[in-house]
Write a protein that binds this ligand. Structure first.
Ligand SMILES: CC(C)(COP(=O)(O)OP(=O)(O)OC[C@H]1O[C@@H](n2cnc3c(N)ncnc32)[C@H](O)[C@@H]1OP(=O)(O)O)[C@@H](O)C(=O)NCCC(=O)NCCS
Length: 145
């Protein structure tokens, strides 16, 4: 496995397949994708991109103790590559980059069925589950970096 910095547009196919199936392609473009402080990482099997994650300089209003925070979005691994450590490897690569940006916390709105993954990689949950229309139940999760 190889991890590289990728562009926002490189993430769109996997995002669409795994996170927005059947929805218009435009729904795979997230606000802030092209911001200077945003970065996108990809895990490769040979030359094939198999897992993606995106990181945005964005503070969550309920996480008041850390002034500078990053948000994780678009975390997804192709089905045939899941359970092989790709997503956790992307996060391990991201933590020092976030720290170098002088941020101390990473958070995400986790899908309920992915909560177990985030717990395995050190995230804690906060608050009650909430619904994101057309996507489903989510819970706020965070991790110190
Ligand atoms: C959730 C997801 C991103 C995990 O990616 P992955 O590359 O399979 O994750 P890893 O292989 O790095 O998993 C790390 C650990 O978490 C576990 N894990 C992975 N997905 C899990 C899940 N949904 N529930 C519980 N544990 C999970 C793995 O078994 C592994 O455990 P181990 O360290 O004991 O072996 C992937 O399943 C996925 O793309 N799901 C569909 C899209 C999605 O829901 N994304 C999250 C949006 S919030």
């Amino acid at each position: 496995m190889k991890i590289l910095r990728i562009s926002a547009s490189d993430t769109y196919d996997i995002r669409h397949k795994m996170l927005r199936p059947g929805r218009p392609k435009e729904t795979t473009i997230f606000p802030g994708d092209e911001e200077d402080q945003t970065f996108h990482l990809g895990a490769f099997d040979g030359n094939k991109l198999v897992s993606v994650a995106s990181f945005y300089f964005e503070k969550h209003p309920d996480l008041i103790h850390d002034e500078y925070q990053y948000r994780l979005r678009g975390m997804a691994t192709l089905p045939e590559y899941q359970g092989q450590g790709h997503s956790s490897a992307l996060l391990k690569m991201a933590f020092p980059i976030i720290k170098l940006n002088l941020c101390t916390l990473l958070w995400c709105n986790a899908r309920e069925n992915a909560m177990g993954f985030y717990q395995k990689v050190g995230f804690e949950r906060m608050g009650e589950p909430f619904n994101i229309p057309q996507i489903g139940q989510h819970v706020l999760m965070f991790r110190k970096v």
